[in-house]
Structure formats: C-alpha cells, structure tokens
Design a protein. Structure first.
Lengths: 164, 591
C-alpha cells in the first residue's frame, strides 16, 4: 500500500451510511471494538476509504491516525475497492523464480496501479498471492476465475485488453 | 506496600513490591539503558535495550516493565545481556541513516551514546535494505526525518496521551512500519497543535525543530536593522541544562549577558509583556463578570492550546480571552511604543523572541498578529536554538557574570510575570491583580499555593469581594479536553480557566532542552524548572503586575487604560475555526 491517495470516487449512498451508523452505534461504548467495527464497515463498502475511516474516527472518538494505523497493519483491510476484474499474481516460490515479479511489474505499468490498489474506473484491482497450487504452470496470474499460466511479461497487455 | 527481598548481581536488596526491575536497579545505583521506555507514557517493552537476566526466567526480560518479586535474582551485565544489547543496536543501525556528522542530534543522541557505550563498529553493522523516506518539513515548527527513526513510539505516545492529539502513529507493518499521519498526509495538513512534545522525547535526530538561528545571525549583521530580543520566563529555567548544569538551575543573569554578547541592540524581557497580559486579561475577566460576558474565561497565552481549541473545540472560541500571548503583545508594543520612544521606523526593527516553545513559530505567522502593519514578531527561536547560537558564537556561558539587567523600557517585570512559565502561574498572577482590583484592598498573601504544583488538573474556589470564584488550571491538552467536556456537560461551573498546552506548562515546553530518558524517567523535570521560577518570584521586590512602574508608565503615556481602544488594537486578537484535516485529496502525497 504505497500510495494512499485514493483516486476511486467514493459512493456516498445514504443507505450504506445508515448501515455504518448502526454498527458504530452498536459498538460505541465497547472497549476494543475498533477492529469489529472496521471489519463490518468493510463488509458494507468493500473497502475502507478515508471517508469511512473519518466517520468511524468521529463517532468512536478515536484519532483518525489510530484507525489508519490499524487498517494498514492488517492485510485483511483494504484501502481500495476491488475491481470488476480482480487480478492476482502469484509470488510463491516457484512462480517467483520463474519471473512472476516481472509479470507483476508489467501489470503495474499497464494499469498504473500498485498491488492493493484499484483503477479509478473500478474495472481492475491488483493483488499478489502466495501459491495457488499450480506450480507446474509458473508463473501464474488470475483474473477473477480465469487462470493464465506460463505468462510472459510481454503478453500482459494483450491479456488485460481482453477485459477492457 | 510490603518490601520484597531480591538479589541484583549477587547482592541482597530490599525493595518495594510492585516496582520494576529498572527502578529496583536504579535504587542499587545501576542505570540500565533504555530507548523506548518513557515512564507512564510509553511502557511497551519494545526496544529490548533494557534486557536483563532473571534466574529461572525463560529468556531475557525487559526490565522496564517487569515487576520484581520475592526471591528474584537479577543479573544486569552478563555476557548474554551485553551480547543481546549489542545485537539490538546493530539491528537498529542496519536501516538507520548513520550520517551523524551532519545530524542535529550528534552529541546528545541517545542512540549514538548507546552505540559508543557498547562499542558498535561500522563493520559489525548489518548492511541491510534501507527504506528511503522523504523528509516532512511541511509544518512551520518541525522537520521529521524517518530515516533516523527507530520506531520507539515515544513521540506518538506523548502526542496521544499527554496531548490527546494523536496525529502521528505507526503505519503499515514489519519492515515498512513508519511513523506518520493518516493517509500519509503532511503534518501541516493535520490538526497537529505544534507543541513540540514529540521533539523533546525523540531519542534520535528523527524529529527536530525548524532551525532559525542563521536568520537571527543574518539579521544582527544587517546594518539597516535594529535587532531586539525578548526572552520568555521559562528559558532562564532551562537554558543552563544545555551547558551541563543540573535541571532546575536558573540562569537569568548569564542568559542576559549572553544575549548581549550575541549582538542584540536591546535585551528585553517577555515577563514585561506577561505583566501587560495580566493587566488586560484581569480587566477582561472583571468586565465579563460585571457585564454578564461569556464565562468561563479561558487564558490564551499558549499558542499550542489555542490551535488545539480551534481544531478540537471551536465552539469554545468565544470563551477564549481575546488577549494576545505575551510574545505577541511584546512585539506589538516594541514596534509602536518603543519604536516611537527610540525614534526608529517599526519596519527597521527585527523582533526576535526566545521561547521554550515550538508553537510560537506558528503563532508569529497567524492572522491578526501584525498590529503595526508589520509582523509583531519576526523570528521565534527555541531555548535549544539559543543555546546553539551561544555555542556557535564561542561564548563561554558558564563564565559569564551571574548578575545581569534587562534593558529599559521593556525589561522590568514583577514576580507575577516570572511565574507565567509554570502551570498555574498565569492564574496566580491574574488573581494577584484581579483580587486587588475587585476588593480595592491590598493582598496580604500573594501566593495562591492551591493552584501550584504539576498536577494535570487543579481546582480552587476563592471568595473575592463577596463572590465565589471557581478556578481551574490544567496543562496538557488531553487534560484541557477533559476540563472542556466537563464544562460543556454542566458538570463543572468554572469562572476562569488557565490552560497550558504542555504538561507542567511552558517550563516543560517543546522548545526546552532535551533530557535523555535516563533523566526524564527519574527526575521531575517540570517541577524542578518551575521551582527555579517560583524562587525568582520570591526574590522580586514587586510581585504584582499592576505595580510594575514601567507598565504604569506605558498606560499613562501610551495606552491610557486596560481595554482601551488603543490597547484593543495592539494587544488583542481573534481566532478561527480550523478543520481537523485539510482535504487530503488536494495534497497528493507519495511516500
């Protein structure tokens, strides 16, 4: 999570806001309730943008920094939404030695996002994973449920263009 | 509590039950080194510098948080202990920016001194990957260099626990852990109050004030400028520490002589303006009481507190005294009354202030702080910067005469002005004047001891001219937050509240000399420095602001009376509501 600025527009739906407020109300006076609140907030929004973190900070009287610290500490929490197409690159040992890092670099360059982030049109999000059990096909990348094996960095733009 | 029998390095001791090994060892004159530990604020046992061997324990234990128990056998300098500390230091240095030659902390860095103590050689340090962090110099008062940060979390602990601010904290995890603000915002875009407490507790050069010493040297060299200096009460209670004196030794005389030796045209005393503040603020209090104005009245001398109130409690702004702080009042008078008297164009005056405070660097740039069309104060430097200037000018500070006199006409002050630097001091000074004005009788005892001391929140009720006046004094903005919430809920009914941003008041300000944890954890710095001020107060022939002959002359010749139209134009200011965070999207930040 290098760049924390979120280019993805925030969906300020009042119905979602109401659900968030209900959760905060439920946990407000409970000590140590920050993580469950954040988990459930992420269930609502799919991720935890600054708008949501600020709302939680204000309602629970916790500094925003404390929340951001927790969110960036646990890999479970996302600062960015997931895209329509979730790209995942395996960085497990076999894929790594077969050059998956270069595949990842190439995806980053093609989409101008880093792992953990999402394109501003919410079409693609990028993550890394550890071994999907297809080492024979290394290096492997996934786009939603489609598996791509023995990927060469040069093939990345073409693969992505199929989904654009 | 009962005593327990323990052994430290095979010697028997009886120590109180419940204390830590670190404290017990201290009683045995063994000073175990620490890095992350700050008593009552940061007790996390994370850095593992303080490890010792305890017979029967599984591994080495962190003495800073490990309590003693009956029959415990402790070993503080076995090979295993020393090897562990050495390894810790080598690992801390593996990703540390080791450019000590150009580091502001070189010479009083806690990490550096431990490395010398344990003889860490350059070739023994792991040459690991180093994260490269950009410096954050966005705020007016400090620079953060995360490349020198050892993640001890002392800064984040004081920010959150003392000040209730919490705009900095640990972000990310593992190797990428870094101290910063939410969403990698610049500090200037957060609700940081500029108190500088983080700087005073930082063990390394990761945090430092913005240095303005060269600006002052250049101004003094400029033949077209008339450079005058004012110096705050707390500076004389702390400056000596920079020259090796113990905590709490007042150095008023040497300080005056050093400032003169540096080449300032006039050496004035902020205490004079403190007396002036009391005249205006006591008058404001009396006016509000008699005319049904907003109560409680809350003091406005501390710019960190003012910024806190503007960010966190903007609804309380009408309660703030409209009085400028003594620093700003001084500048406004220097560039009007003094300029007129000395026949100098205010534009040619450079007003330098020496403050125990980093928020003063913020205050000089605030709106409505330029009463004469030019900024009231041009350069604000901290006690630490003054010490740096004195050393750079090769002045043998300790050899200077202990007798020194401030220049006229803005140099005379009463004991009331002196105690401004300690929590409760402003209130006590205000009471000395307000009570006499309200009752029309001379005070027999000018010492209001109930509101002295370093407690975070103090209360007292005084019957003044038939009215019970409820008073509250607090320091540390976390305490101010508590007090304001009690006022808002109606739980407390105060008439007058003094708030100082830093715990203990200005004597413990963010611009004061840094004391290593070894001193900080075992000596009550704020109480000792405050005592130096109360001692000065006792020695002063005049102890009530309204008896200061130069203040009387200032009103007779220039301002006419407290709260006059002219006094308002020069000595009072206004406040604004500030957002908690500037829109982070308008400030793209990349790590």
């Amino acid at each position: 999570m290098k760049a924390a600025q979120n280019a993805v527009p925030f969906n300020n739906d009042p119905a979602l806001q109401e659900r968030l407020q209900a959760i905060i109300e439920k946990y407000k006076d409970e000590k140590g309730a920050l993580i469950p609140v954040l988990q459930q907030a992420q269930d609502i929004y799919g991720y935890l943008p600054i708008e949501v973190q600020m709302a939680v900070a204000k309602a629970m009287d916790v500094p925003l920094e404390k929340i951001y610290g927790v969110v960036t500490f646990y890999s479970f929490f996302n600062l960015y939404p997931k895209g329509d197409y979730e790209i995942s690159v395996c960085l497990g040992t076999a894929c790594y030695v077969k050059g998956s890092r270069k595949v990842l670099d190439c995806i980053q360059e093609t989409l101008s996002i880093e792992p953990g982030q999402c394109t501003s049109d919410r079409k693609f999000s990028l993550d890394t994973c550890r071994c999907i059990g297809a080492c024979g096909l290394a290096p492997v990348m996934l786009i939603n449920d489609d598996v791509y094996g023995r990927v060469l960095p040069a093939e990345v733009p073409e693969i992505i263009s199929k989904y654009q | 509590m009962a005593d327990v029998n323990i052994k430290i390095n095979n010697v028997d001791y009886q120590v109180p039950e419940g204390i830590t090994i670190l404290e017990a060892a201290r009683m045995a004159n063994i000073h175990i080194p620490t890095l992350c530990f700050l008593k009552e604020v940061n007790e996390i046992g994370a850095c593992r510098m303080c490890v010792v061997e305890v017979k029967g324990a599984k591994g080495l234990v962190t003495s800073c948080v490990y309590p003693v128990s009956e029959g415990m056998e402790i070993f503080t300098h076995t090979k295993r202990v020393i090897d562990s500390r050495v390894k810790n230091l080598q690992l801390l240095l593996s990703n540390h920016n080791r450019e000590c030659l150009s580091c502001v902390r070189s010479g009083n860095c806690e990490l550096q001194s431990l490395c010398r103590l344990y003889d860490i050689r350059e070739d023994s340090i792991y040459d690991g990957e180093k994260p490269m962090y950009d410096l954050d110099g966005s705020a007016v008062h400090l620079v953060r260099d995360n490349n020198k940060c050892i993640l001890c979390r002392r800064c984040t602990a004081v920010c959150e626990k003392y000040q209730g601010v919490g705009v900095i904290g640990p972000n990310e995890r593992g190797f990428n852990t870094n101290i910063g603000s939410p969403f990698n915002m610049k500090l200037a875009d957060t609700s940081c109050v500029c108190c500088g407490q983080c700087i005073t507790v930082c063990p390394t050069g990761a945090l430092a004030e913005k240095d303005n010493t060269f600006d002052v040297f250049s101004a003094i060299e400029d033949p077209t400028k008339h450079v005058i200096v004012q110096v705050a009460p707390s500076v004389r209670a702390g400056l000596g520490e920079e020259f090796g004196l113990p905590v709490g030794v007042g150095v008023e005389g040497q300080m005056i002589n050093a400032l003169r030796a540096l080449g300032f045209a006039k050496v004035f005393d902020t205490n004079f303006a403190a007396d002036l503040t009391i005249m205006e603020e006591a008058n404001e209090f009396i006016q509000r009481v008699q005319n049904g104005g907003k109560l409680p009245l809350i003091t406005s001398c501390s710019p960190g507190w003012i910024k806190y109130c503007e960010h966190y409690h903007p609804d309380m702004i009408p309660h703030l005294s409209s009085c400028k702080s003594p620093q700003q009042m001084f500048g406004a008078i220097a560039k009007s009354y003094y300029a007129e008297k000395a026949g100098i164009d205010p534009k040619d005056i450079v007003m330098v202030s020496v403050m125990p405070c980093t928020a003063k660097k913020f205050e000089i740039g605030r709106d409505d702080q330029a009463a004469n069309g030019v900024p009231d104060v041009d350069i604000a430097i901290t006690t630490r910067e003054l010490a740096r200037m004195i050393k750079r000018a090769n002045i043998d500070f300790l050899a200077l005469p202990k007798e020194g006199v401030f220049d006229d006409p803005l140099g005379k002050s009463t004991g009331a002005g002196v105690i401004f630097g300690a929590t409760g001091g402003v209130m006590e000074a205000a009471l000395r004047t307000a009570v006499e004005k309200l009752t029309g009788k001379e005070l027999e005892n000018v010492e209001f001891t109930e509101i002295r001391g370093t407690d975070g929140i103090k209360e007292a009720t005084y019957n003044v001219a038939g009215m019970d006046v409820n008073i509250c004094v607090c320091s540390g903005t976390a305490n101010a937050n508590k007090v304001l919430n009690m006022v808002k809920s109606g739980e407390k009914n105060y008439h007058f509240i003094e708030v100082m941003c830093c715990p203990g008041g200005c004597v413990n300000g963010g611009g004061q000399p840094r004391q290593p944890a070894e001193v900080r954890n075992f000596v009550d710095i704020k109480a000792l420095r405050a005592k130096a001020l109360y001692d000065l107060d006792k020695e002063r022939p005049l102890r009530k602001s309204h008896e200061n002959p130069d203040i009387i002359a200032l009103y007779d010749e220039f301002l006419s009376e407290p709260g006059s139209h002219k006094a308002h134009a020069l000595l009072h200011t206004s406040y604004i509501k500030r957002p908690m965070y500037n829109d982070p999207k308008s400030h793209p930040v990349k790590k």
